[in-house]
Design a protein around this ligand. Structure first.
Ligand code: CA
Length: 206
C-alpha cells in the first residue's frame, strides 16, 4: 500500500487554497492548508509534507523569507517547494528560485499543470523518499518524521521501539538473533573501569 503524499499549501486566499486542495485530493494527495507562515511552521514542526506549495504574498513573513528559512533549516531543507504567486516577472521568478524554491508558478495557473509539477518534483526526490518510508500492509513508518501509523492512526513509540520496528520492517520475513537486533538498535562499546573492560550499550537515536 502506498502512502498518499502530503502537500502543505501555504496560501492566505481561502478560495485558491480550497481549489488546490480539492484537486489534490482527487489526484491522491493529502493536502494540509496553512494561511500564514506561523501556521505553516507549526505544521512543519509536527509532520513534514512531501511538497510545500508556497504563496509569495502572505500576511506576516513573506513566502520568499519562508523559503529561505526552510531551506536553511536541517529539518526542512530537502522538502521541495513550489512557489505560487501573482508576481510573474522574470526578476521575481529568479528571486523565488534563488530563495530555494524548486519550481515556480505564476497566478492564475492551471491546476492540471500544478499537479504535473508536483508529480515532477516528487519524481526528482523519489529515490530518497523510497529509502525513508516503509509500508507493510496497514503499517507505515517514516524515519524522516519519526511517525508510525497503523490504518492511518498514529502510534506512539519510544526511540528504541521505533528503531527496532524500522529494522524489522526493512528486514521482513527473516529470523533475527538477539545480537542482530541489539546491534541494529544499539552501538556496543567497551569502557575501562576499575581495571576492567566492561561492555556497555549506547542507544542510537536517529
Ligand atoms: Ca497571497
Amino acid at each position: 500500500m502506498r502512502r498518499m503524499p502530503g502537500v502543505l499549501i501555504v496560501e492566505d486566499e481561502p478560495a485558491i487554497a480550497e481549489l488546490i486542495s480539492v484537486n489534490l485530493k482527487h489526484s491522491g494527495f493529502r493536502p494540509v492548508w496553512a494561511m500564514d507562515g506561523a501556521t505553516a511552521q507549526a505544521e512543519l514542526d509536527d509532520v513534514l509534507p512531501d511538497v510545500i506549495l508556497l504563496d509569495w504574498m502572505l500576511p506576516g513573513e513573506s513566502g520568499l523569507m519562508l523559503a529561505k528559512r526552510w531551506r536553511a533549516h536541517p529539518r526542512t531543507k530537502s522538502v521541495p517547494i513550489i512557489m505560487l504567486t501573482a508576481r510573474g516577472d522574470e526578476v521575481d521568478r529568479v528571486a523565488g528560485l534563488d530563495a530555494g524554491a524548486d519550481d515556480y508558478m505564476a497566478k492564475p495557473f492551471s491546476t492540471k499543470e500544478l499537479l504535473a509539477r508536483i508529480r515532477a518534483v516528487l519524481r526528482r526526490r523519489a529515490p530518497e523518499q523510497d529509502a525513508s518510508v516503509v509500508t507493510i500492509g496497514d503499517l507505515s513508518l517514516d524515519p524522516s518524521t519519526y511517525r508510525v501509523t497503523y490504518r492511518a492512526e498514529p502510534l506512539k513509540l519510544g526511540p528504541t521501539e521505533f528503531k527496532l520496528l524500522h529494522y524489522l520492517m526493512t528486514h521482513a520475513e527473516r529470523v533475527h538473533s538477539r545480537s542482530q537486533l541489539l546491534s541494529s538498535v544499539y552501538v556496543r562499546l567497551w569502557v575501562w573501569r576499575d581495571k576492567w573492560w566492561i561492555p556497555c550499550v549506547v542507544l542510537v537515536i536517529g
